[in-house]
Ligand binder design. Sequence first.
Ligand code: XMP
Ligand code: MG
Length: 182
Amino acid sequence: MLEDIKEILITEEEIKNKLKELGEKITKDYRDKKDVLLVGVLKGAVLFIADLIRHIDLPVQVDFMAVSSYGASTESSGVVRILKDLDENIEGRNILIVEDIIDSGLTLSYLYNMLKSRKPASIKICALLDKPSRRKVKIKVDYLGFEIPDYFVVGYGLDYNEKYRNLPFIGILKEEAVKAAN
Ligand code: XMP
Ligand code: MG
């Protein structure tokens, strides 16, 4: 699998350090809040949320949503379909959406507005990666891991055709691997 990677953009060590920093910040910010629910967006954010919550020193709860955006495989269309909704009611609760990457921002913008309409007490966004150069809609990211240039990245939960999620780092795929996966 390593032979498919052109370049490691963010190392395992860098991710580890960043999660500790983010977890400590979230712990501090939510210390006085009751009923904190982290909403992980499947499947990309699975590794991120699993590691992040170990650095949050509060009795938070976790739930998941699965969404899919229509359109080509590496482009978001803005039309989002809910494949799996939350198990729980979020009215009056403090919601922190945990997402792998913000690209155009269309997916998260849709999710944010949908969850906001369910009247939570507060709603914030935590994303591991951000590609600001590709943004189509404005989004306020409250907790961010890393800003990255406009590369299609894989690893640490992120996939190309459902593969490479299990790499422990964030990397850029070789052209040959992109062709082979198609
Ligand atoms: P938008 O454009 O709606 O897209 O912000 C966000 C979703 O698109 C996927 N995405 C990526 N997935 N490597 C990936 O594996 C990438 O570089 C990448 N860029 C966008 C991802 O599912 C994200 O939730
Ligand atoms: Mg995703």
